[in-house]
Design a binder for this molecule. Structure first.
Ligand code: ADP
Ligand code: MG
Length: 400
């Protein structure tokens, strides 16, 4: 009987297992990361013999597999440790969420002593807890700090851990630092730099062919048999290769393409769905940019979106159709009136001109000069994305 539910779930979907396409899923094998896996394994393997491994620094652009590869290797390490009962342990911390030395150490202390509530305890107690754990278990405690550049007082943290290692007679703490920030290394205090960068691995971006292998693997696991065409999978790989070799982007494309197919009741995913998925992904990126704009730039863009929806009072004079082109003057008037509605003091026209230039540079609008004849020499403004959607995103942020 319960496979009625099961069948319902399987009905009308191209997916076999959507989960496989989420960015948190780590497949059993990671194509084209064999060399990196081997290097990390070599760095860590002394831990299995009770010798402290060197600290390791991993960097590379987003979507080059840094997080997945590191987690994969740690998992293998812990499997061997369980089998041979050696003193090795590891904790994974994403520093985007836990971005202070205190929060990082709190997480470590909670790992070392899960029954105790450490909240509110001073840093030294947290550190002592980790030291005790490491010493008594004769443990090599590997602390993975992903997005390590986000830690505010990283120099302090590295210093504390290095000092702690000096007093430990048995056991040792290691840091694997991961980042996609290339300049970050230079900002470090020379002492923590030399501590962190004992070993270093750079993850190169994937090329189109490598992305094809990654995509193929997921297509097999994530979609029903023969749902996605090879051409579609290859297109997703090629597009991601253009996007700086980002595997996350490629997988996001095929996930979205699958969603589009389901929405439209299609049984197959072709190049067309991938192309549409790309547009969707790009729009999402744009909406994030809009959401992050400074307030008055948002209001100016909002004015542009509203005017676009209302239709400009003026017509385009170069005869290229009825695209909604706005004059900077009317944008300013609209901006002022929105500010009034919001009880917000408006900025001068000069500032608004500046904002318009910045919105243009961000690719959110395109501007051109009207040339002679149309109200003198004025700036023409065109919204680069659907006005309805832009309006919606800004309204959410401006809480109107
Ligand atoms: P990074 O940490 O470098 O930004 P991730 O490890 O988070 O990259 O990888 C991004 C996405 O791409 C994840 O879904 C991951 O599973 C996938 N991925 C990256 N490299 C590979 C690979 N070699 N094989 C299979 N999947 C991969
Ligand atoms: Mg990552």
């Amino acid at each position: 009987m319960d496979d009625i539910f099961e069948k319902e779930m399987q009905k009308d979907t191209v997916f076999l297992d959507r989960n496989v396409l989420s960015s948190h899923y780590i497949p059993d094998t990671l194509p084209h990361r064999e060399r990196e896996i081997e290097k990390i394994m070599k760095t860590l393997s002394p831990a299995l013999k009770g010798k402290p491994p060197r600290n390791l620094f991993i960097y590379g652009k987003t979507g080059t597999g840094k997080t997945s590869t590191t987690k994969h290797v740690i998992e293998k390490l812990l499997q061997v440790k369980d089998k041979y009962k050696v003193g090795v342990d590891s904790i994974y911390i994403n520093c985007r969420m836990l971005n202070t030395k205190y929060q990082v150490l709190l997480k470590c202390a909670e790992f070392c002593n899960p029954r105790k509530n450490f909240i509110g305890f001073p840093f030294s107690v947290l550190l002592d807890t980790v030291i005790d754990y490491t010493r008594t278990g004769k443990t090599n405690f590997i602390i993975v700090l992903d997005e390590i550049d986000k830690v505010k007082n990283l120099d302090d943290l590295v210093y504390s851990l290095t000092r702690a290692n000096e007093v430990l007679e048995t056991g040792h703490m290691e840091i694997i630092g991961i980042t996609n920030n290339v300049t970050f290394k230079k900002e470090l205090d020379p002492r923590s730099r030399s501590a962190l960068l004992e070993d270093e691995i750079v993850f190169p971006p994937y090329n189109a062919e490598q992305l094809q292998a990654i995509v193929k693997q997921r297509v097999k696991l994530g979609f029903k048999d023969r749902v996605m065409s090879d051409a579609a999978a290859n297109l997703a790989s090629a597009l991601a290769a253009q996007e700086s070799g980002d595997a996350r982007y490629a997988l996001n494309l095929i996930l979205k393409a699958g969603e589009i197919a389901d929405d439209d009741g299609l049984k197959k995913i072709g190049e067309n769905e991938v192309t549409r998925a790309r547009k969707k992904v790009e729009e999402e990126i744009v909406y994030d940019v809009i959401a992050g704009l400074p307030e008055h730039q948002k209001i100016v863009l909002y004015a542009i979106a509203l005017l676009t929806l209302e239709g400009s009072h003026y017509h385009r004079l170069d005869g290229t159709g009825d695209e909604r082109v706005l004059f900077s003057g009317e944008v300013y008037e609209k901006y002022e009136s929105i500010c009034r509605d919001m009880d917000n003091t408006s900025k001068s026209a000069r500032w608004v001109r500046e904002y318009i230039n910045e919105l243009d540079m961000q690719g959110l609008i395109t501007i051109s000069l009207s040339g002679k004849g149309v109200r003198g020499n004025t700036t023409l403004i065109r919204l680069a994305f659907p006005a309805e959607k832009v309006k919606e995103v800004i309204e959410k942020k401006l809480e109107r």
